[in-house]
Design a protein around this ligand. Structure first.
Ligand code: APR
Ligand code: ZN
Ligand code: ZN
Length: 359
């Protein structure tokens, strides 16, 4: 991406070898996420030029100095969140809030430089920068997975699945028999639906404006669906299924109106989990008194509150066992040349995940 608001350009650029603590990956696949679309449109501004793509899987090709636990040929899923492993938050099990993450701000690697460039111009990394055939990433973001898993499909673990399942299991800590509502059933929301099923939720209400998404949600574990075409109809329709609201509500779109809906339909003692990324200037209103006497919680969930080396292998195990299904979430595979068409499909919202496959 050379410029915000312009189509991505597919061309050859230069990639330096991995430095200490880094690895080079040959990409096999990259999911296309709504966050990429936000970045292309400038909703979440990025430094340019930059290689986007943050839902990748591939094969380790080369190790930088001092990298342990990985070898060339290993199959890996790529996390988009580097972390130091030793700061206070990492040590307390929250590497998604690592205090030293700032080192990567502005699309650079840990040493403040980029491995990508074009002649003298440096090109930034939106880690792992998976809209490219090759990438250099911090070694602790490359998580080894079993070779028996379909590498082109497990790319989804890099963002949507970890975010959606993690919001349910790690952030909301949904217990068996509870009720869950999921607002917005794209890659992230459908993953949350699956997370709710895996957690043993008794009621799983899926909310979307596209009937086909609700069909998918039903196939993946939703017990009830709500077609929320007119915004004012959504709350009564959810309450028709769950009169008290849901014990956990996952908002997986990122709009103020659906965030407010999520908070409103949270049951007494329940939790609303904000997963979708709203524009930076977005503000929402909540019924303050009800929050108090119903002891409701509203929380954010960043990357599913995940600990990558703990959770990505766990999720891979759920794929292997069949509990987590990736195929129904993938609408289609496309070559990298069609990246702009893949991004534009978020405008219509009709398709689930598109995956870029590298031949
Ligand atoms: N009510 C409910 N659902 C809606 C509404 C609405 N008013 N409007 C749109 N939707 C649905 C879309 O039909 C779509 O199925 O929300 C879903 C959003 O899914 P995707 O566009 O596929 O987005 P996804 O990649 O899943 O990301 C969801 O999480 O990581 C963040 O930045 C990301 O904010 C985004 C969110
Ligand atoms: Zn994403
Ligand atoms: Zn840290």
């Amino acid at each position: 991406m050379y410029e915000t608001g312009r189509p991505l350009v597919v061309e050859d650029v230069e990639l330096d070898p991995p430095k200490a603590g880094e690895v080079r990956i040959r990409m096999v696949a990259s999911g296309v996420c709504r966050s990429d679309w936000h970045e292309v449109r400038g909703v979440h501004p990025m430094p340019t030029p930059i290689v986007l793509g943050h839902e990748g899987s591939g094969v380790v090709e080369e190790l930088g100095e001092g990298v342990e636990g990985l070898a060339p040929g290993d199959h890996v899923v790529l996390s988009w969140l580097p972390y130091c492993g030793s700061c206070r938050r990492c040590a307390s099990g929250r590497p998604n809030l690592c205090e030293r993450l700032g080192a990567f701000d502005g699309g650079v690697l840990a040493d403040g430089t980029t491995r990508l460039h074009q002649g003298g111009t440096r090109i930034h990394h939106n880690l792992p920068a998976s809209f490219a055939e090759l990438a250099v990433v911090p070694a602790n973001t490359a998580i080894k997975i079993d070779r028996s898993l379909p590498l082109d499909r497990v790319a989804l673990l890099g963002c949507a699945v970890t975010t959606g399942v993690g919001a349910v299991l790690n952030t909301a800590k949904v217990q068996p028999g509870r009720s869950v509502a999921v607002i917005g059933c794209g890659g992230v929301g459908l993953s949350a639906v699956q997370g709710a099923r895996i957690a043993g939720a008794a009621s799983i209400v899926a909310v979307d404006v596209v009937p086909a998404k609700l069909e998918l949600a039903r196939g993946l574990g939703a017990t009830d669906t709500v077609l929320a075409l007119a915004e004012e109809d959504a709350e009564p329709a959810i309450r028709a299924v769950l009169p008290e609201g849901a014990d956990a509500v996952i908002e997986a779109l990122g709009r103020p109106s659906t965030i407010e809906l999520a908070v409103r339909v949270t049951a007494p003692g329940g939790i609303a989990v904000l997963v979708g990324m709203a524009p930076p200037e977005a503000r929402v209103a909540l019924d303050a008194l009800t929050m108090v006497y119903q002891e409701r919680t509203v929380t954010g969930s960043w990357y599913g509150s995940c600990v990558p080396p703990r959770d990505l292998p766990m999720l891979a195990g759920l794929v292997a066992s069949g509990a987590l299904r990736l195929d129904p979430m993938i609408a289609r595979f496309r070559p990298l040349d069609e990246i702009n068409e893949a991004l534009a499909s978020f405008e219509r919202g009709e398709e689930a995940r598109t995956v870029i496959a590298y031949g």
